[in-house]
Design a protein around this ligand. Structure first.
Ligand code: FAD
Length: 695
C-alpha cells in the first residue's frame, strides 16, 4: 500500500484549490493538489462573465467601495449570509484583482473617451475620463448598485485559472491530476489526509498530511438540467460528510441561472444582460420591466429565474421540442460589440444552436433572427461544507474553500461575479489560515490506521463489483436527476418535496444493490459512476430534505406554500450530517444567525415581491442600535472604517485588511445604511442614483 506524506494536501485544482496551494507553498510547505482532470480544465475555466471587486475605476463604478459591495452581497443573499465573512470578502476582493493582474491575467482595460453601450434597452454613450485610461474596467453584472465586475472579454474564468495555475506551478506546488479523493482519513476528531484512487490504474493510495483542504466545487450534476461541468458531482462534500463529524450547510440553497441555452444547458453569461441584452417572450415583448420595474433583466438571478417561469406559466413562452422557453436578445447590442466582448457566447450559440446571436434581422414581432432560446437551469451551489470564517470544518485539520464550502458568503442567493471572486479570495484568506495550521500541526497517526482506511475503501470497491445486486446505476442516477429537476427546482412545495424525499430514499436503498457489470477495478467508468452515484444521492437528499423542512421562501429557495421570507423562525442555517452510514436520510439541525450582531438587519432586498417577509422581533431594536452607533462614531469624526468596526468587528489577516486605495476617493463617510430606512419592512429602496451616468 502506497502512503504519500506531505505538509498540505489540497483536494481540487480549480481557482480555490490552486490559490490555496500558492498560499501553502509561499509558507514553504510541501504542498500537493489533487484533481479529477488537468487543473486548467477545472470548472472555473467556464466562467465567462467576470469577477466582482470594488475598484471604482470606470465611469459607472464611480463611488464604489467595500461598503456598497457588502450591501449588494448581503441583500443578494436575502440575509442568509454570514455578514462577517461578507466583510472579509469585500475587503480582500480588490487585492485579489490586483494580484491576478500581477499573475498576468489580461483584464479588459479602460479606454478614454466615449463608447457606445446599451442600458435598459437604450443606446447611450459612456464617457471614460482621460486619467482612467489603462485602468481595469468593469461591467454591469449581478444586479449590483455600481458596475464592479472586472472581466477579460468573455473568458474571465479561463484567463484567471490559467494565471493562477501558472503561478502555482511557479511556486512548486505538486499538481497531480486524474486522482480522485474517495475517503477522508481521520482519527479522534482530527483529519490526516485522504484515500485517493488513481483514475487510470485504479490503484488506491493514502495521502497523509498535516492539513487537508477540500476545494472540489459544486454539486450541480445531481440535477438533469444544469450549466455545470460533468465533474461537478458534489463527491468532495459527500466524503467530508461521510466522516460523520463534518456538516454541510444550507444544501437546499441552489441557484438556478435564468439564461441557460435550451436544451444543452450551456450558460449564456449574465454579461449578456449586463451589457444590455434583453429578454423577449413569444410575442417579442420585453417582459422583465413589467415584473421588475427597477432592476428589470438585472434583478438578482433567483428573481429573474422565477419571473421567466411565471411568464411561461402564463402561456407567454415559446413552445419547443424540449419544452417552453423565452428569447435572449443580444442582437440589440450590435455585431461589433458582440464580436469583441461576447465572442464566446456567439461561438457557443453558433456551434450548439446554429444561431448567430448578432443577426439583428427582426420579424414582424420584433424578434431578431439571432434570438437565443433560454430557460432557467441549475447553476450554482450556495450550500456546501460548513466552515467557520477561517475555513475550518468541525474536523480538526480539515478546511474547505470555494464553491465546495459554505463559508457562508452567499446565503440563499449568490450574486453574479461573486463566485470566481470568492474562489480566489477564499483561496487567499482560508488558504493562509490553512497554511498556518499546516505549519504548526504534526502527523501523529499510526501507519496501521492509515492502512486500515485504504483497506476499507478497497473492500468497499470490491463489494460493489461482487454484491450480486440487480440494480442498474444509470437507471438510478437518471431517476435522481429527474426528481431533483421536477420536484426540487425553482418553485417548490411541501407535497412535491415530501414525494422527492421518499423517492430519493428509495433510490438510496436501491443503490446499495447496484450490479456493476464491468468487473475491472481499473479503467472502469461504470464503477466510478456507481460509487459517485451513491454519494450524489446523499447530497441530493440533503438538498431535498433541507428544502422540505425549510418552510419559508428565501433567496433561491422558493416555497409556493410558504411564500414569505420568515425572519422570525428561519433566520438560520441548515446543517446536515450523516453520522451513521446506514441512515437513509441526513440528520438536520439549525445554526441561528444573530440579528444583534449583523451590520445590516434584514429588510427589503430592493427587488422581487414587496412586503414579502415576516420581520424578526429584534429588527427594530437592532436598526435603532445601528443608527445610534453610526451617529455616535461620526460625531467623534469617525470615518467609514471606524463606523464599520463599531457596528460589526471582523477578523482578517492584516495584509488583507489593509485599506484599498482608489483613484480620487474623497468621501469616507459610511453609507451602507443609507438605502435602508429603519423599520420599513416592505418598502422599496429609494431610486438609485448612478454617479457619472452618461446620457
Ligand atoms: C457556466 C458557468 C459560468 C460561470 N460564470 C461565472 C462568472 O462569470 N463569474 C462568477 O463569479 N462565477 C461564475 N461561475 C461560478 C464559478 O465559476 C465557480 O463557482 C467557481 O469557478 C468554482 O471554483 P472552485 O475552485 O471552487 O471549483 P472548480 O473550479 O469547480 O474546481 C473543482 C476542482 O475539484 C476537483 N475535484 C472534484 N472532486 C474531486 C475529488 N473527489 N478528488 C479530487 N479532485 C476533485 C476538480 O477536478 C476541479 O479541479 C460560473 C459557473 C458556471 C457553471
Amino acid at each position: 500500500m502506497k502512503i504519500i506524506y506531505c505538509d498540505a494536501l489540497i483536494i481540487g485544482g480549480g481557482l480555490a484549490g490552486l490559490r490555496s496551494g500558492i498560499a501553502a507553498s509561499e509558507r514553504g510547505l510541501n504542498t500537493i493538489v489533487l484533481s479529477l482532470v488537468p487543473v486548467r480544465r477545472s470548472h472555473s475555466a467556464a466562467a465567462q462573465g467576470g469577477m466582482q471587486a470594488s475598484l471604482a475605476n470606470g465611469n459607472k463604478g464611480a463611488g464604489d467601495n467595500e461598503d456598497v459591495h457588502f450591501m449588494d452581497t448581503v441583500k443578494g443573499s436575502d440575509w442568509g449570509c454570514d455578514q462577517e465573512v461578507a466583510r472579509m470578502f469585500v475587503t480582500t476582493a480588490p487585492k485579489a484583482i490586483r494580484e491576478l493582474a500581477q499573475y498576468g491575467v489580461p483584464w479588459t482595460r479602460i479606454k478614454a473617451g466615449k463608447r457606445p453601450a446599451v442600458i435598459n434597452g437604450q443606446h447611450v454613450q459612456i464617457e471614460e475620463a482621460k486619467d482612467r485610461e489603462g485602468y481595469i474596467q468593469s461591467r454591469d453584472f449581478g444586479g449590483t448598485k455600481k458596475w464592479r465586475t472586472c472581466f477579460t472579454a468573455d473568458a474571465t474564468g479561463h484567463t484567471m485559472l490559467y494565471g493562477v495555475a501558472n503561478e502555482a506551478y511557479k511556486h512548486g506546488v505538486d499538481i497531480r491530476d486524474r486522482k480522485e479523493a474517495v475517503k477522508i482519513i481521520h482519527q479522534n476528531g482530527t483529519c490526516y489526509g485522504a484515500v485517493v484512487r488513481d483514475l487510470v490504474t485504479g490503484e488506491l493510495s493514502a495521502y497523509v498530511a498535516k492539513g487537508t483542504l477540500i476545494a472540489t466545487g459544486g454539486y450541480g450534476r445531481i440535477y438533469a438540467n444544469t450549466s455545470n461541468a460533468v465533474i461537478c458531482d458534489g463527491v468532495g462534500a459527500a466524503i467530508a460528510m461521510e466522516t460523520g463529524v463534518v456538516k454541510l450547510g444550507n444544501m437546499e440553497a441552489v441557484q438556478f441561472h435564468p439564461t441557460c441555452l435550451v436544451p444543452s444547458g450551456i450558460l449564456m453569461t449574465e454579461g449578456c444582460r449586463g451589457d444590455g441584452g434583453v429578454l423577449l417572450d413569444v410575442d417579442g415583448h420585453r417582459f422583465m420591466p413589467d415584473y421588475e420595474p427597477e432592476k428589470k433583466e438585472l434583478a438578482s438571478r433567483d428573481v429573474v429565474s422565477r419571473r421567466i417561469l411565471e411568464h411561461i406559466k402564463k402561456g407567454k413562452g415559446v413552445h419547443g421540442p424540449y419544452g417552453d422557453f423565452v428569447w435572449l436578445d443580444i442582437a440589440i447590442l450590435g455585431r461589433a460589440h458582440i464580436e469583441k466582448n461576447l465572442r464566446d457566447v456567439q461561438e457557443i450559440a453558433e456551434i450548439f444552436a446554429g444561431i448567430d446571436p448578432a443577426d439583428d434581422e427582426r420579424d414582424s414581432k420584433g424578434i431578431p433572427k439571432g434570438a437565443v432560446p433560454i430557460r432557467p437551469m441549475q447553476h450554482y451551489s450556495m450550500g456546501g461544507i460548513r466552515v467557520n470564517p477561517k475555513g475550518e470544518t468541525a474536523l480538526k485539520g480539515l478546511f474547505s474553500a470555494g464553491e465546495a464550502c459554505c463559508w457562508d458568503l452567499h446565503g440563499f442567493n449568490r450574486l453574479g461575479g461573486n463566485s470566481v471572486s470568492e474562489a480566489v479570495v477564499s483561496g487567499m484568506i482560508i488558504g493562509d489560515y490553512f497554511a498556518e495550521h499546516c505549519a504548526q500541526a504534526e502527523i501523529d497517526i499510526q501507519t496501521s490506521v492509515v492502512e486500515e482506511f485504504i483497506k476499507e475503501e478497497s473492500d468497499y470497491l470490491s463489494s460493489l463489483i461482487d454484491n450480486g445486486g440487480k440494480e442498474d446505476v444509470y437507471t438510478i442516477r437518471n431517476a435522481m436527476k429527474q426528481i431533483m429537476d421536477h420536484k426540487v427546482g425553482v418553485f417548490r412545495d411541501g407535497k412535491e418535496l415530501k414525494e422527492a424525499v421518499v423517492e430519493l430514499e428509495d433510490l438510496i436503498k436501491r443503490s446499495r444493490h447496484i450490479n456493476v457489470k464491468n468487473k475491472k477495478l481499473h479503467d472502469n467508468p461504470e464503477l466510478e459512476d456507481t460509487y459517485r452515484t451513491q454519494r450524489m444521492l446523499k447530497i441530493a437528499l440533503c438538498v431535498a430534505y433541507g428544502a422540505e423542512q425549510r418552510t419559508e421562501s428565501r433567496g433561491a429557495h422558493t416555497r409556493l406554500d410558504y411564500p414569505k421570507r420568515d425572519d422570525e423562525k428561519w433566520l438560520n442555517r441548515t446543517l446536515a450530517s450523516w453520522p451513521d452510514p446506514k441512515q437513509t436520510l441526513p440528520t438536520l439541525e439549525y445554526e441561528a444567525l444573530d440579528i444583534m450582531k449583523m451590520e445590516i438587519a434584514p429588510a427589503y432586498r430592493g427587488y422581487g415581491d414587496k412586503g414579502n417577509f415576516i420581520p424578526n422581533p429584534k429588527k427594530e431594536e437592532r436598526e435603532k442600535q445601528v443608527l445610534e452607533t453610526i451617529k455616535a462614531v461620526e460625531a467623534k469624526g469617525g470615518n467609514r472604517y471606524a463606523v464599520q468596526d463599531a457596528l460589526m468587528p471582523f477578523e482578517l489577516q492584516p495584509k488583507y485588511k489593509e485599506i484599498n486605495e482608489r483613484l480620487g476617493e474623497v468621501d469616507n463617510r459610511y453609507t451602507v445604511q443609507d438605502g435602508l430606512k429603519p423599520s420599513e419592512s416592505s418598502e422599496p429602496q429609494p431610486k438609485e442614483t448612478t454617479v457619472g451616468d452618461a446620457k
